[in-house]
Design a protein around this ligand. Structure first.
Ligand SMILES: Nc1ncnc2c1ncn2[C@@H]1O[C@H](COP(=O)(O)OP(=O)(O)OP(=O)(O)O)[C@@H](O)[C@H]1O
Length: 251
């Protein structure tokens, strides 16, 4: 028996209606993501990357076309229950401002782990992302943007998801923190067989993290390839431009 891919997207489109105008965010996207794959989604601002991520997490439904998770159609939230972690660009959104950061991280762990196992996982995760353990007893407003982003990555990894869907997770980080996070995702998640979908403008991070890269331009998937191949010999003129502008520091 063949195992179906983790995700299959077929002719998927998504439109929004705002001010009586139709905005086509995604148009006729077909894509397969296998378990254990790491896929980067790149493209300019407004091209539809976040919309794609939201669809993968079941937070938005496509207007037309189909999405299957492990061969099954239906409500993606139900189908992926507990197996997909979404990591957002703004880490503030994933923490309760009235709780300590540690409590926010420990709370979802109660379902799967004992209290001492939870504390152990929290300590390990903080160490992996390079955060001092004392920060766990602070509130989100007492951490810098970069520290909070690292805490949200620690939180995403402690729940041991099968799939990590990350929308611009590196944007508020300095170079050293960025390298640390890339390393943590590689060593603490991908090496254990996790599946990653990452949206990022940081093409060097994309290059080291992802096996495959999808390029989106105005809602269309214009190129999909093995990451190294795509960076070495991009096919589409837009991809060439994107890689050139990144290497000259414009992205
Ligand atoms: N809820 C919404 N209502 C109306 N239009 C929307 C909505 N969400 C997204 N859009 C529009 O859909 C298009 C794609 O947006 P999306 O956020 O997916 O792009 P993006 O590539 O993630 O951009 P960025 O890199 O700036 O985050 C844009 O034109 C955006 O204005």
């Amino acid at each position: 028996m063949t195992i179906p891919p983790l995700y299959e997207l077929e002719h998927l489109s998504k439109s929004f209606h705002s001010d009586q105008r139709e905005v086509v965010a995604l148009s006729d996207i077909s894509l397969v993501i296998e378990a254990g794959d790491s896929l980067a989604v790149i493209g300019e601002s407004g091209s539809g990357k976040s919309t794609l991520v939201q669809i993968l997490c079941g937070l938005t439904r496509p207007t037309s076309g189909e999405i299957r998770f492990q061969g099954q159609k239906g409500d993606i939230i139900k189908l992926t229950k507990g197996r997909v972690q979404l990591l957002l660009q703004d880490p503030k959104d994933s923490f309760d401002p009235t709780w300590t950061v540690g409590r926010s991280i420990l709370e979802p762990l109660h379902l799967k782990f004992s209290e001492s196992e939870g504390s152990q996982l929290l300590a390990e995760a903080f160490e992996k992302v390079g955060l001092s353990p004392v920060l766990a007893s602070r509130r989100p407003s007492e951490l810098s943007g970069g520290q909070l982003q690292r805490a949200s990555i620690a939180r995403a990894l402690t729940t041991r998801p099968d799939v990590l869907v990350a929308d611009e997770p590196l944007s508020s980080l300095d170079v050293v923190s960025k390298l640390k996070i890339v390393d943590t995702i590689q060593e603490g998640f991908l090496r254990d067989g996790g599946t990653l979908v990452i949206v990022s403008h940081d093409l060097s991070a994309v290059r080291s993290l992802s096996k495959h890269t999808a390029v989106i331009l105005r809602g269309e998937l214009i190129e999909y390839a093995d990451t190294e191949e795509l960076f070495e010999s991009p096919n589409h003129p837009y991809t060439k431009e994107l890689i050139l502008s990144a290497s000259s520091g414009w992205m």
